[in-house]
Design a protein around this ligand. Structure first.
Ligand code: ADP
Ligand code: ZN
Length: 754
């Protein structure tokens, strides 16, 4: 890439001032003097160390050079060090970061920071990693966990997590897995139950280790060929464009990506493939590794040194294809030709901290700057993308048939209102689902049960006085985990013993309401003691390879039933599964979110895609208390168009996306009165700034009104288009910083309303 403002003839006069963006929430960049000894060494798009206020030396990104500053030179501080002779950000990436800062209301430095993996940001040195290991056997550790629980639940958590992970783990990983802080580990070391040690060996990465034999491409079906031809024709043009590949599950979308990429590589360009974190499995990587030798994998579990290596390879143009989760959108390929976003409707493409970007939308901008083609793939496109194809912004191409000709499985909706189990409780497994499971298992086939909640029961309540047990720091109910006999907050991780009696009225029979994975597992064991079951949720897959191992176990037929959260709903391919049960289809429907119907539809469609892939066929049983709900009905008929037809008019009527844009503003602080006061002021100010067509909804308590002791109130900005909304946000930018004690979070195009 060339610098735009050198003419290539005369050497430009050495720039004396660098404009530097810092990873801090401030709306401006800062001028720094380039001292004599660094003259010519600071480059636009390169990293520098600079002094900043009382923080000492901080890392920054040089975004521009100039001959002199508008400020008196005596006021400028000098650049301490330049880290790069070559820019780490190309002009396009700088432009993209500017757009992100503008659109997502963050600083340029924050946007640049997000675009560079941590391992590349700081100077590359090999780091020792601290490991924590059990100093006793696993059984003794379990016993100690029980014993210590009442005194220190956090210590109990560490011990249990470590046993779950296999007795030792990098300390950072353990802290994350257990959701506790360092002192708990220290205390356990002191008691002789744990020890820590530094190790140089970094853990190996299961995705990089994937070895695959090169696989020849499949002969495309006529539908695939039509899609492929459209894609490659657009690719040849070398212009920005977006194609939506709308293909039902198992229709061979991946094969279309693979062959399109192969064609692109012949033209000397590179492709980036984004997949949801949860689908970035060895199985997926193997698919790509089987076709492309020059493949790079980027994901969050990579070790620092691997990530750095991959990044530099990519930057040097040594990888033709980069596959990764959300942040791979920033992969520094030198000549992006094709950007594939698989499962484009997935929420995990949206980052939930600053900058709160959506990788699909950033991707579309990047492709625009790079003159690249975007290929969005999904069986259940987001209504935003579908709408864009309806109004002609994107071109939609459909795949309507499954590979191998197997039809989509029939879906039966079971009305749970008639399924009583006595004692006023509803059965976990309906009579119909039980019968189907029995039939499949008797034929030596397998079953997947899906329930989007971990633990045993999501709430504890008193049938006499109506009391429900809530987290004292967060405004949500505590989940009962029977295996370890604790109640846990799924927001902050707080654990305590379940109450023996109602804390309000003293009744001795509190009730464990609702159903999580543990309770489903218990029911399956009661109903089918011989079948064997595997439970997959974030509690049982903490260990490094647990996820992959459990799936392998199931694939090998060592258990008849797989029970899991959304981990089992995505992209897995098990030909021997002939019954899939959705234990409770209503979980997502009840959330206070305008996308709840869309989520429910998507989830059911994905789950239904898990069966009927083999010659034995398959069926799906959906359990619900709302059998007439249109999104459940449409999913049962595999009818995306019907779903879109009924949902889009509702969105239009209320001005929700895709017919309008939203931004959500959350104010958070310890002091309820202060938070309430400021949110009110902010709402007032935003109303004044809003032009016609803009709406300010709220303020109101956020649906989760308290998290970790922080009070949360929110308001919603709704407008006809992005431009109008951005205008208001920019005008209010000063107010969005918040006063002391109140933190303001701005979420543009929010995906979560909680
Ligand atoms: P999707 O991504 O649409 O769910 P996949 O790409 O995973 O579907 O395809 C499903 C299966 O069909 C895969 O095992 C894939 O290898 C296989 N497949 C795809 N295209 C063809 C083809 N043209 N001929 C034979 N098998 C194919
Ligand atoms: Zn909590």
């Amino acid at each position: 890439m060339t610098q735009p403002d050198t003419n290539g003839e005369l050497p430009a006069p050495a720039a004396r001032v660098a404009i530097v963006a810092l990873n801090l929430p401030m709306d401006r960049e800062f001028d720094y003097l380039i001292p004599e000894e660094l003259s010519g060494q600071v480059v636009v798009g390169g990293r520098v160390y600079v002094p900043f206020r009382n923080r000492g030396r901080v890392l920054g990104y040089c975004v521009k050079l100039k001959a002199q500053s508008e400020l008196p030179e005596g006021d400028l501080k000098p650049v301490i060090k330049s880290l790069d002779a070559e820019p780490v950000f190309t002009p396009t990436m700088l432009k993209l970061a500017r757009w992100m800062a503008d659109y997502y209301q963050c600083s340029l430095g924050e946007a640049l920071h997000a675009a560079l993996p941590a391992a590349v940001r700081a100077r590359g040195r090999r780091r020792r990693i601290q490991f924590t290991c059990l100093a006793t056997g696993a059984e003794e550790a379990q016993r100690q966990a029980e014993a210590v629980f009442d005194k220190s639940p956090a210590q109990a958590k560490v011990l249990r997590a470590l046993v779950g992970i296999g007795g030792e783990a990098p300390t950072a990983e353990l802290l994350r897995a257990a959701g506790v802080s360092r002192p708990s580990i220290k205390a356990l070391c002191k008691r002789g139950l744990l020890r820590t040690e530094a190790r140089m060996i970094e853990p190996e990465d299961p995705l990089l280790a994937v070895q695959a034999e090169l696989q020849p491409p499949h002969v495309l079906t006529s539908e695939q060929r039509r899609a492929y031809e459209l894609i490659t024709a657009r690719m040849e043009r070398g212009r920005f464009d977006v194609i939506l590949l709308h293909g039902i599950t198992s229709s061979g979308k991946t094969e279309v990506y693979l062959q399109s990429i192969a064609r692109l590589i012949e033209r000397g360009k590179q492709a980036i493939v984004l997949v949801p974190e949860i689908s970035l499995t060895p199985q997926t990587v193997r698919h790509f590794a089987g076709r492309f030798r020059r493949l790079a994998v980027l994901h969050s579990r990579l070790t620092e040194s691997d990530r750095r290596k991959q990044w530099h390879r990519i930057r040097a143009g040594d990888a033709d294809v980069v596959i990764g989760a959300r942040s791979a959108i920033f992969a520094p390929v030198p000549a992006l030709g094709l950007l594939v976003i698989d499962e484009e409707h997935e929420n995990s493409f949206k980052q939930d901290n600053v900058p709160r970007y959506h990788a699909r939308d950033v991707g579309v901008m990047r492709a625009l700057y790079d003159n690249a083609l975007v290929l969005l793939g999904s069986a259940t496109p987001s209504l935003e993308s579908y709408h864009n194809s309806q109004v002609g912004k994107y071109t939609r191409v459909v795949l309507t048939r499954r590979i191998g000709g197997h039809p989509l499985p029939p879906v039966e909706v079971v009305d749970m209102r008639g399924e009583w189990a006595g004692r006023g409780e509803v059965r976990v497994v309906s009579h119909r689902l039980e019968a189907c499971m029995r039939q499949s298992l008797a034929a030596g086939q397998q079953v997947i049960l899906f329930i989007n909640r971990r633990g045993y029961s999501p709430y504890i309540h008193c049938p006499r006085c109506g009391f429900t047990l809530k987290c004292r720091r967060c405004d949500i109910t505590l989940n009962y985990h029977r295996g370890i006999n604790v109640v846990e907050c799924h927001y902050c991780g707080l654990q305590q013993r379940p109450p023996q009696q109602c804390p309000e009225c003293g009744l001795e029979q509190v009730r464990f309401g609702g159903t999580g994975t543990e309770r489903v597992e218990e029911s399956v064991r009661e109903l089918f003691p011989q079948a064997g079951s595997i439970r997959m949720d974030s509690d049982t897959t903490k260990a490094r390879r647990a996820h992959e191992e459990k799936l392998e176990e199931f694939r090998a037929g060592r258990a008849g039933v797989l029970i899991g959260t959304q981990m089992v709903a995505k992209g897995l391919d098990f030909p021997n599964v002939t019954t899939v049960g959705v234990v409770n289809a209503d979980v997502a429907l009840h959330l206070p979110d305008f996308r709840s119907r869309e989520r429910t539809f998507q989830l059911l469609a994905q789950v239904a895609g898990r069966t009927g892939r083999g010659p034995a066929g398959g069926r799906v049983i959906v359990q619900t208390f709302m059998p007439q709900d249109p999104s459940i009905q449409a999913a049962a008929r595999h009818d995306y168009e019907a779903f879109a037809r009924q949902e889009l008019p509702l969105r239009r009527e209320l001005g929700y996306p895709p017919f309008g844009r939203m931004a959500r503003i959350i104010c958070r602080g310890r002091d309820a009165a202060r938070v309430e006061g400021y949110t009110g002021e902010l709402a007032e100010a935003l109303r004044k700034l809003s032009g016609p067509g803009m709406q300010v909804l709220g303020p109101a308590p956020a649906p989760v009104a308290q998290i970790r002791g922080f009070q949360r109130r929110h308001l919603m900005l709704k407008g006809p288009d992005a431009g109008a909304m951005q205008q208001v946000l920019h005008a209010a930018r000063g107010l969005l910083k918040g006063p002391a004690g109140v933190k303001v979070l701005v979420d543009v195009d929010p995906m979560s309303m909680l």
